[in-house]
Write a protein that binds this ligand. Structure first.
Ligand code: URA
Length: 425
């Protein structure tokens, strides 16, 4: 591989140039090996954020990140494989009911998930609130569980796209997470390396998401769909609203409890709607003709959930952790709830201890926010709007400050908004 000077690559992108394939291959490989320093990659990431990348550059960058590690071979799994990835939101527990539901319909769902950082929660943190459940499993156990149960949610192994792990941590502290080429290549390098045959993306749009507006979300979605399709992964994206938290529970154990309600045939309408919409897309992408609503109602998805939790050492019957402290936020005036801001609620849950400030911090499993109202509900002054749960009482005042401003009470009912905003294939 040819050698370049990192500073020349940085200058080329800073001045709006297009990087060659050889420059991209070199810089990603050299950064992974520690030859290109963090401060050099930070400058390059900022230049990419400001200048963008062409489709060719993004495809090559993604391929270089895949090539930095191993690529799983799932050909021994006889069921069609299909995965879902959400770009991250508040109260987004959809992976929990969706994975066993799609598996119960006949697919194999390899869900390599992450931990939460900042105001968005992580699927692994939620599942770790179940007694005994292990996030880390080896590649052989992963494939066996995929074949036998049809559903695995676990931590991505260190061997998968190591360039992304290093780069993502750097972007997180250098204000470069929001670059569309870097988000698209980060997500798709992991999904392509994971070996899934089909992929459904849930691209979140709104205050609680990375993408605050629909145009940026469309650009991200179409970039990822193209990367997947060009790599032989059948890829579809749904754009979904993230101005309001999903469901009524935001946290870890509280989100598991809400997911169990969905698997038992109940649960909040928006969580059920999105679970069924994504399941329908995943089954179509996998070429499986099944009725996810019927399978959910039959209890088969709950059976698969229990098998999936047990296979990773968890006790599906164990009581979930409950936080020690519980305080409510009450309405200061009477009227109609006009909005419940996802970002504010996400921050409140984070301050309560449900999320972490640094990646090595622990999370509190019982902490979180329970929404007692949704947009459109009528309230009287003094009614309970939110419940705040924390293990340490000292966390509640700062969370309360965030939470109070997140629920807006007005005079007129808000116009109804759609949860499903667009579909990109
Ligand atoms: N999720 C990822 O995996 N990568 C990003 O860059 C953003 C969200």
């Amino acid at each position: 591989m040819s050698e370049f000077a990192a500073v020349d690559v940085i200058r080329a992108k800073r001045d709006g140039g297009e990087l060659s394939d050889a420059q991209i291959d070199w810089v990603v490989d050299a950064y992974t090996k520690g030859v290109v320093a963090d401060e050099q990659m930070s400058a390059l990431a900022m230049a990419i954020l400001l200048r963008g990348m062409t489709p060719r550059e993004i495809a090559r960058w993604t391929a270089a990140m895949i090539a930095s590690g191993e690529r799983l071979d799932l050909s021994s799994v006889t069921r069609p494989t299909v995965d879902k990835h959400s770009t991250g939101g508040v109260g987004d527990k959809i992976t929990l009911p969706l994975t066993p539901l799609v598996a119960a319909c006949g697919a194999a769902v390899p869900q390599l998930s992450g931990r939460g950082l900042g105001h968005t929660g992580g699927t692994l943190d939620k599942l770790e609130s179940i007694a005994g459940w292990q996030a880390t499993i080896g590649n052989d156990a992963f494939k066996r569980q995929l074949q036998e149960v049809g559903a695995v949610i676990c931590a991505a192994g260190d061997g998968l796209a190591p360039a992304d792990r290093k780069l993502y941590a750097l972007r997180d502290v250098t204000g470069t997470v929001e670059a569309i080429p870097l988000i698209a290549s980060s997500i798709m390098s992991k999904k392509i390396a994971e070996g899934t045959g089909a992929l459904v993306l849930d691209v979140k749009v709104g205050s609680g998401a990375f993408m605050k507006d629909l145009d940026a979300a469309r650009e991200l979605a179409s970039t990822m769909v193209r990367l997947g399709t060009d790599s032989g992964v059948r890829t579809v994206a749904l754009l979904t609203d993230m101005n309001t938290p999903l469901g009524r529970a935001v946290g870890n154990a509280v989100e598991v409890a809400e997911s169990l309600e969905v698997l038992a045939g109940g649960g909040p309408a928006d969580v059920v709607e999105l679970t069924l919409a994504l399941a329908a897309e995943m089954l179509a992408a996998a070429g499986i003709d099944a009725d996810p609503a019927g399978v959910l109602a039959s209890g088969k998805a709950m059976d698969t959930w229990r098998a999936m939790i047990r296979a990773q050492g968890g006790d599906p019957s164990a009581p979930l952790p409950v936080a020690r402290e519980n305080e409510v936020v009450r309405a200061a005036s009477s009227g109609v709830v006009t909005s419940v801001d996802a970002y504010g609620i996400g921050l409140a849950a984070w301050r309560l201890g449900a999320g972490r400030a640094r990646k090595e911090d622990p999370v509190s499993f019982g902490a979180g926010v329970l929404l007692r109202v949704r947009p459109g509900d009528r309230v009287q002054a003094g009614d309970v709007l939110l419940e705040l749960r924390a293990d340490e009482a000292g966390r509640i005042p700062a969370a309360r400050d965030e939470a109070v401003g997140a629920v807006v009470i007005g005079e007129k009912a808000p116009s109804t908004t759609n949860l499903l905003l667009d579909r990109i294939a």
